[in-house]
Write a protein that binds this ligand. Structure first.
Ligand SMILES: [Fe+2]
Length: 392
């Protein structure tokens, strides 16, 4: 085992409150900050749930005026950011609370940045571009997978240009408090539990084997793999199992905390191009490539794969080193199928030219930054081989 010799940092700014019904601590956290007004952001599905009503009743109990925007759409459109910003500007909200999945949290993040920095959302695209902190915000995730509740960036879709852009900041970009409440997943549909859960698994998995991993991120990401592997099937079967949901949420957030420092690898590099090409969401694109990328990276991290196999629940005491990569790839494939994701890349009848196009894009991203994170050196042909392996 070795670690990179360059100085490395792990910066986290979010107070994590976790436990079943922990949203009962919302009033105490709000009062500590004494905002004049509060902005609550959610989406149509979540805002119709009993969990959302419970959160609102706690916010209501503070007697601090609050406004709500409950129309956040999928893929976090910039239009929603501007709608939330309008309300913040009109009401003078000094605290925002995002109750929902990744889109809701990302819309909230950018609206809070614009509230103090001004300008248009795209003005601050990139990393550490905006000069002053946004208004503070809390996150109450109602899916387990995006990790946006603790990451320091937002991914926003500009519908006018059809381009997704990222706004991030290591010091200012994160929630002040996140509430990981096992009861928050109760109304989450099984297919969302599945795709978010596989995405969460990829965050912990890729962080653990990242070239930028350090002993602190490793401990966190490996426990993330354990918690997700142990609980995802149970929550997929019944999201009202609050105990399993609680551990799944914590596992997902641990992956987010770890990959904030280490980045992800080729599951995300290739998945980022596979998703739009075959019109599938992020979690599904990760599921399509996950076992094959795991198989590809095995020779670069053989020692760690034995730990991953055990964390995935496999018994590997008598398995020779050379076979551990297949055990891990097989365990990931089984998890993906057990949560009802049966789509394979071959189902899209991809052409070889599709693979060449994806390989070209992935190669550019690899040269730009994934070479610092993905553990195995990768050629253009390797990307094509991985994509062909996905069709097996
Ligand atoms: Fe992801």
């Amino acid at each position: 085992m070795f670690y990179q010799q360059k100085a490395t940092t792990w910066e986290t700014h979010t107070k994590v409150i976790m436990g079943i019904n922990c949203v009962d601590q919302l009033p105490a956290e709000i009062k500590q900050r004494a905002p004049k007004a509060i902005m609550v952001v959610s989406d149509p599905g979540v805002s119709a749930t009993a969990f959302y009503a419970k959160c609102l009743s706690y916010i209501d109990s503070t007697n601090i005026p609050y406004s709500t925007f409950t129309k956040v759409e999928a893929e976090a459109p910039l239009r929603n950011v501007n709608e939330v910003l309008d309300i913040i500007n009109k009401t003078g909200a000094e605290l925002a609370i995002a109750i929902g999945g990744g889109s809701t949290i990302d819309v909230t993040k950018l609206a809070t940045v614009l509230a103090t920095n001004g300008g248009k959302g795209t003005d601050w695209a990139g990393y550490e571009r905006y000069p002053v902190p946004g208004i503070p915000f809390f996150t109450v995730p109602t899916t387990a997978g995006t990790s946006s509740e603790v990451t320091n960036m937002a991914v926003i879709h500009d519908e006018d240009t059809n381009i997704k852009f990222t706004v991030g900041h290591a010091t200012y970009g994160s929630a002040k408090v996140t509430f990981l409440d096992g009861s928050s997943l109760a109304s989450c549909p099984p297919r969302i539990i599945a795709v978010c859960g596989i995405d969460a698994m990829s965050h912990s998995f890729e962080s653990f084997i990242s070239l930028k991993a350090n002993p602190m991120t490793e401990a966190t990401s490996l426990q993330g793999v354990r918690l997700i592997a142990k609980n995802l099937r149970t929550v997929y079967a019944n999201s009202e199992n609050v105990f399993a949901a609680q551990d799944l949420l914590i596992g997902s957030t641990m992956g987010g905390m770890a990959f904030t420092a280490t980045g992800c690898g080729h599951m995300h590099n290739i998945g980022r191009f596979v998703g739009p090409k075959f019109h599938v969401n992020h979690g599904t694109s990760i599921a399509l490539v996950m076992p094959s990328v795991a198989r590809f990276n095995f020779p670069a991290q053989m020692e760690k794969y034995r730990q991953l196999a055990e964390a995935l629940g496999e018994k590997v005491d008598n398995v020779p080193d050379a076979q551990i990569g297949e055990v891990v790839a097989g365990a990931l494939r089984k998890l993906i199928e057990d949560v009802g994701i049966h789509t394979r890349l071959s189902d899209f009848n991809p052409m070889h030219s599709d693979f060449e196009e994806i390989a070209d894009s992935a190669m550019v991203a690899y040269k730009a930054h994934y070479h610092l994170k993905n553990p195995r050196k990768t050629s253009r042909q390797d990307f094509i081989d991985i994509l062909e392996d996905c069709c097996r």
